[in-house]
Design a protein around this ligand. Structure first.
Ligand code: ZN
Length: 206
């Protein structure tokens, strides 16, 4: 059972300088937005399915936030008022399809490519959050929220000056360095201490 039913899933690319660098990309001048389809959502414990067309499916541990009310043109100073809570998310990506396609709809849009959960949690001291990514129990990613290039209030201001956010909409705020490949049999975990641990096994598709 998914803990969120978003009308849209908005993702932020290259929001940590060290991750932009590890993929050979420059740091963006403004938030770089893309979407994942709500059909990609899976819950804590459900399987990520590797599509047969990709040889390089990667995890991206991300801090996600869930919108609590209809929000249009929200200034950064009031942005946290429209946030219902935080959850863990994994922006699963076919790295080998991303560049050849020229845009990311396919690489990031497969069914099961947006694990989110295990719960939506209200966080008062969100400035102290940290994101951790583990594969088979080994830490691969770890960064404080303060490493983000564009902070959460800035992202909400930017996004809501483009599109209206609806209750339940999900925003994935970018991944830090340390992304890597997943293979069938792996178990990938995204932890935000104080929010929860999202765990998903990986299986081969047909
Ligand atoms: Zn991402």
């Amino acid at each position: 059972m998914n803990v969120v039913q978003p009308s849209k899933i908005i993702c932020v690319g290259r929001n940590y300088a060290a991750h932009a660098k590890e993929l050979g990309n420059s740091v963006p001048e403004r938030p770089m937005l893309f979407f994942k389809p709500p059909s990609a959502l899976i819950a804590h414990g459900e399987s990520i399915v590797i599509p047969a067309v990709s040889q390089q499916v990667e995890y991206e541990a991300e801090i996600a936030l869930v919108i609590g009310e209809r929000a249009t043109r929200v200034p950064a100073g009031r942005a946290m008022e429209v946030v219902r809570g935080f959850t863990c998310a994994n922006d699963v990506t076919c790295r080998d399809l991303q560049k050849p396609d020229g845009q990311w709809g396919r690489a990031k849009g497969f069914d099961t490519f947006c694990p989110a959960g295990p719960a939506v949690v209200e966080v008062a001291d969100w400035r102290n959050l940290e994101i951790i990514g583990r594969v088979n129990g080994e830490v691969r990613q770890r960064a404080p929220i303060s490493d983000m290039i564009f902070a959460i209030p800035t992202l909400i201001e930017y996004i809501t000056h483009i599109m209206t956010l609806e209750p339940g909409d999900l925003i994935l705020t970018g991944t830090p360095e340390g992304v890597g490949r997943l293979v069938a049999g792996d178990v990938v975990e995204v932890e935000i201490p104080g929010v929860g641990v999202l765990s998903n096994p990986v299986e081969e598709g047909r």
